[in-house]
Ligand binder design. Structure first.
Ligand code: 6PG
Length: 254
């Protein structure tokens, strides 16, 4: 399915995305009684999560019908400032009051990232009713993109990147290593992410303008740029790019 590219004025990026998340949750809950929302880590979504945790939006979401997951997690304790769980707790969870969403986060107390990936795959399969060999169909997945084109913890030349992510059986989760600093991670696999009903790719800042141009104007998949695989999304794929990150796009230059 062709991606929808939304270019948003930088100062309006967080509220615009927050409104779209509220609308998508509402559309999902009009069809069924539960909405699975996979959260991105990194810094971009923090302002979006804060918007969701405050009036008016906080009252527009039926939090007790939301199942929260993490698209990836750093292999650190949950109270570590590097933890994606910690970032979500600071910007969203601790501002919420009863009834709270269900939170299914990666158990980073286990002995290794490999054990964490296996455990998280078991949790997701049980909670989302995933049959053996199938992938979860998350209702909404939020993704950020790194300057190297990684998403979640799918880094360049990951062994989990393939020209067709659905050609071979793939795990739902895997243990990864950030090539920049060697830190261990747990990540959803490309196939698990691309099976979602809706994917929101959240990109802001001039530092991302070159990778945005390469991904959206570069065409074919290349393992050099993991986000070049996102067009295999089986559901709706929407890019929310702020005016800073869009500045090298031909369509934006006019
Ligand atoms: C993480 C994220 C990662 C992030 C990108 C973009 O754990 O860091 O899941 O994939 O989304 O690196 O990060 P920024 O939003 O900080 O640019």
């Amino acid at each position: 399915m062709e991606p929808v590219i939304e270019i948003v004025e930088a100062r309006l990026h967080a509220p615009t995305v927050a409104d779209e998340i509220v609308a998508s949750i509402s559309d999902t809950l009009a069809e069924k009684d539960r909405c699975s929302l996979v959260l991105s880590g990194g810094s971009t979504p923090a302002a979006i999560y804060r918007n969701l945790s405050r009036p008016p939006r906080v009252a527009e979401i039926e939090w007790d019908k939301i199942a929260l997951y993490w698209g990836d997690e750093r292999w650190v304790a949950k109270d570590n400032n590097l933890s994606n769980y910690h970032m979500v707790d600071e910007t969203l969870l601790h501002n919420l009051s009863d009834p709270l969403p269900q939170c299914f986060s990666v158990d980073t107390s286990l002995e290794s990232a490999e054990a964490g990936a296996l455990d998280y795959e078991r949790v997701i399969s049980a909670e989302e009713g995933v049959a053996a060999g199938e992938y979860p169909k998350f209702d909404i997945v939020l993704l950020g993109v790194g300057e190297d084109g990684h998403f979640a913890s799918v880094f360049p030349h990951s062994s989990h990147l393939a020209a067709d992510p659905f050609a071979q059986p793939a795990p739902i989760c895997f243990a990864a290593e950030n090539p920049d600093d060697g830190t261990r991670r747990v990540s959803l696999s490309p196939a698990a992410i691309l099976s979602a009903q809706r994917i929101f790719v959240l990109v802001k800042g001039s530092g991302k303008s070159e990778i945005v141009r390469k991904v959206l104007e570069g065409g074919e998949f290349t393992p050099d740029i993991p986000a070049s695989i996102l067009h295999f999304a089986r559901g709706r794929l929407r890019w929310f790019i702020d005016s800073e990150a869009a500045q090298k796009l031909a369509q934006f230059r006019g």
